[in-house]
Design a protein around this ligand. Structure first.
Ligand code: CAO
Length: 416
């Protein structure tokens, strides 16, 4: 099967999570992704949080599938020479070094553009160019704080809270992938490459769009009617943390199911979608609420929404989270069990769709990873193992035209 990105050659100068998540996605879709790593150590995640001695850590294997690994010391002149050759025949260079690192290496945007005017140079940084924090190095949780996610996540009586979802890292990588694909399409029209830059702060903020909506609503009317603080609590002048109310327009909450006393995930998320009120009442056996003026409209329900949730919890007390959802789905009520990583890893539907995949690896044995969340009618992205450090060095150098002797002579800059 021909994959849409076949023929696109990508120099993958990324590390940790934000950049690797982007290039992994492009590799799944057919791009030839060559990960350039420092000889001896490589991407720091190869060693981080190892669960098997002497085998690449899952942090690395789960973000670098379908790629090749080229070890090259790009600070030495001979290494730079190899990199320059690679740049001349590649379509995209992706990097997420700390601010200024690529320039210090001698590969500024101007230099890259001079070497290959058709090349797209894509970067992730913590903050956008020219931002007053643009000199900062940034990791996931820092970005969540800088992008507005932390101040709006958690409970109103607790501190700002970090989400487990990689809003700063993988999310930024996905934004970058969209930028790269757009620039590739642009190049088809203009024949020119361009610089694509995505900041982690901007990418987090993009996902917090509804919170910026709420800030403006709050400033105009002084309250936010779908937040738990309304109508009994107080509002200040900034969007408060809303616990499990979330950012949608539909009231909802995480509710206890049978077994919550011993199972910390025996919960469902229950949404009270406005027009689904009648089916909700029918599902709960509370048909008297359907026309009761104290319950009939969203406005009438909000002042005692937590009493309503308590009543639903009483209904849930003898049902597991799965039994509850099986009943509620028949009434078209938006809801889901709170699923653990263990449940997701073993979910037959996710296995069948290729969202959870088992990948054989040379030194680890098999490991689970998340496959492409994007499904196509004409292509099923296949996930192959992440490369060992320097696994493809000789192959890539030979592809650049180096002879066996020349490859041997380069041992100082390529040796693992
Ligand atoms: N050969 C020789 N040198 C290499 C090399 C190679 N193949 N690959 C990388 N290097 C060098 C770089 O040139 C740089 O050297 P200098 O600092 O001397 O110029 C160095 O290795 C990498 O620097 P760094 O600042 O990127 O690395 P760090 O571990 O200090 O910081 C991080 C890591 C993630 C905080 C920083 O890269 C960063 O802020 N990146 C941008 C934001 C980002 O993507 N963060 C998300 C990471 S995922 O949580």
């Amino acid at each position: 099967m021909t994959k849409p990105l076949e023929g696109i050659k990508i120099i993958d100068f990324t590390h940790v999570q934000a950049g690797p998540a982007c290039t992994q996605l492009l590799a799944w879709f057919g791009a030839d992704v060559i990960k350039v790593e420092r000889p001896g150590s490589g991407d720091v995640t190869r060693n981080q949080l190892r669960d098997i001695p002497d085998a690449d850590a899952l942090y690395f294997t789960m973000l670098n599938s379908n790629k090749k690994s080229l070890t090259l010391d790009t600070k030495k002149p001979e290494g730079k020479e190899v990199l320059e050759k690679l740049i001349r025949e590649s379509d995209v260079l992706v990097e997420n070094f700390g601010p200024g690192a690529l320039d210090r290496m001698g590969f500024s945007w101007e230099r890259l553009n001079e070497l290959n005017p058709k090349m797209i140079v894509a970067s992730v940084k913590g903050f956008s160019d020219g931002h007053h924090y643009d000199d900062l190095k940034v990791y996931e949780n820092v970005a969540q704080c800088a992008g507005g996610a932390a101040s709006t996540t958690g409970f109103w009586d607790g501190p700002p809270t970090i989400s487990a979802a990689a809003l700063g890292d993988s999310n930024t990588g996905m934004h970058l992938a969209i930028g790269i694909l757009t620039a590739l399409l642009g190049r088809d029209k203009t024949g020119k490459g361009q610089k694509v830059a995505v900041s982690m702060q901007d990418s987090v903020l993009n996902l917090c769009r509804v919170k910026l909506r709420d800030q403006q609503r709050l400033e105009r009317v002084g309250y936010l009617e779908e937040y738990p603080q309304y109508p009994h609590g107080e509002f200040g002048d900034v969007v408060p943390r809303g616990g499990n109310a979330g950012g949608g327009g539909q009231p909802g909450w995480v509710l206890k199911c049978k077994g919550w006393e011993t199972d910390s995930n025996a919960y469902i998320y229950f949404t009270i979608q406005g027009h689904a009120w009648e089916p909700i009442c029918k599902a709960l056996g509370k048909t008297e609420w359907i026309d009761d003026p104290a319950y009939k409209t969203a406005e009438a329900r909000q002042p005692h929404i937590f009493e309503i949730f308590k009543t639903i919890e009483a209904w849930l007390a003898d049902k597991t989270k799965f039994e509850a959802v099986d009943i509620l789905r028949k009434f078209d009520i938006p809801c889901a069990p709170v699923l653990t990583m263990k449940e997701l890893a073993n979910d037959p539907s996710l296995r069948a769709s290729g969202t959870i995949v088992e990948v054989p690896h040379k030194t680890r044995g098999s490991y689970l990873t998340v496959g492409s969340p994007i499904k196509f009618s004409d292509m099923k992205p296949e996930v192959t193992a992440s490369p060992l450090l320097g696994e493809h060095t000789d192959e890539v150098l030979a592809g650049l035209g180096y002879s066996k002797q020349e490859i041997f002579n380069l041992r100082e800059v390529r040796a693992v």
